[in-house]
Ligand binder design. Structure first.
Ligand code: PLP
Length: 380
């Protein structure tokens, strides 16, 4: 935050707003910390933030692989050495063919996808196949596993068994399995999933008639996982009970990306309607849909930090509560608020929201009103 304020002090006129600013060094820190906490590989879920510059620059340290869900995401992660995992239940032949040509590993969601992969594999070598397990499998292998919200992804155990047979019959490079129990699911389920994985691995290998080499235990880390009370050291001990010949991985989107991103928007006008102050900004719901919290029943709005335009600090500082509103005609275009302990911004000031690195830029109502897209800056 301080770095951004200094940038604004030095080059305010050159910084276009609304904009996203992503900190590469914070991404490096998050990645290193999560890897150390888990003691396994960490795969970056590109869906959380697929900004091309960021993806290109982070490949210098994100070295365990990228999980991609579309052809566009696949093409964002370029370079022969990059390990890419393709994962989408609706991935079609075109997508699967281009993934296989690009030497990506395929996370197979269904028998129908496996048929397509088998057909392509007759002509082109496949870098690796990983079967996606639906979370219902976990309960089957560990009856104490906490309830996981049902979803449509992956296969149940009977289907997995058929898939293993088909991989065996067709001599396909089956590496292992993958599971994902949903965002924010890690702390509640991690230990029980590790217990289930021990049984799944044994049965999987027995059916395949060979050892497997790779298991992705999923993710579900929150934005602020570093501050959680979860006992990572006990978890690492638990994982040490899994067979040594298997490379373990987890994957994360928001846990790596959320805290690296800031959203900055300039104040255009301020006005008062009866006793309510409104600060009208040049960006809002059209560039950062999530800040408006329209999907939450309780709209707990964030309070941005204030950067004051040159000369404003020297003027009398009025403190007042206000709402920050965006540049569209939607009543829901309210992206933040502050209490009366804060200085009331003036036109030309910049409001900076933190924790905007995951999904904020991509999960959007753009091109609503054909408002301009946010600019992006990568900072060290
Ligand atoms: C298979 C899979 N992996 C990883 C993620 C990333 O989730 P998060 O950003 O909560 O880490 C998702 C999110 O939808 C997902 O579906």
């Amino acid at each position: 935050m301080q770095q951004i304020k200094t940038m604004l002090d030095d080059h305010s006129a050159q910084i276009d707003t609304p904009c996203y600013l992503y900190s590469l060094s914070r991404l490096r820190e998050n990645f290193t910390a999560l890897k150390a906490a888990l003691g396994t590989q960490v795969i970056l879920s590109v869906k959380a933030n697929s900004n091309t510059d960021l993806m290109v620059r982070c490949t210098s340290f994100v070295n365990d692989g990228f999980e991609v869900a579309s052809i566009a995401e696949l093409q964002t992660i370029v370079g022969g050495e990059r390990i890419r995992y393709v994962n989408n239940p609706s991935a079609d032949k075109k997508f699967l063919r281009s993934a296989i040509s690009g030497k990506a590993r395929i996370i197979v969601d269904s028998l129908a996808q496996l048929d397509i992969v088998t057909e392509i594999a007759a002509k082109k070598p496949v870098a690796g196949i990983i079967l996606r397990l639906n979370p219902v499998v976990l309960k089957q292998f560990n009856d104490k596993h906490p309830k996981v919200r049902p979803d449509q992804f992956g296969m149940d155990w009977d289907t997995v068994c058929i898939a293993i047979e088909r991989c065996k019959a067709n001599n396909l490079p089956l590496m292992g399995f993958h599971m994902f129990k949903g965002s924010y699911s890690f702390e509640k389920t991690a230990m029980a999933t590790a217990d289930a994985a021990i049984g799944i691995i044994a049965e999987f290998e027995q059916r395949f008639g060979q050892s497997i080499s790779f298991v992705n235990l999923g993710g579900g880390f929150g934005e602020k996982w570093q501050q959680s009370k979860f006992d990572f050291s006990a978890y690492r001990e638990k994982l040490a009970q899994l067979p040594e010949h298997i490379t373990l991985a987890h994957e994360s989107g928001r846990g790596l990306m959320a805290s690296i991103g800031f959203f900055a928007t300039r104040v255009r006008y301020t006005k008062q309607i009866e006793d309510l102050n409104y600060v009208i900004c040049d960006g809002g719901i059209a560039q950062n849909f999530l800040l408006a919290k329209t999907e939450n029943t309780l709209r707990k709005l964030n309070t941005p930090a204030l950067w004051q335009k040159e000369g404003h600090k020297e003027q009398p500082q009025v403190k007042a509560a206000c709402q920050f509103v965006g540049s569209s005609c939607s009543k829901d275009d309210v992206i933040g608020k502050q209490s009366d302990e804060h200085i009331l911004p003036q036109p030309g000031d910049v409001m900076i929201f933190d924790n905007c690195g995951a999904y904020n830029a991509s999960y959007t109502v753009s091109p609503f009103l054909q408002l301009p897209a946010a600019t992006t800056y990568i900072i060290e």
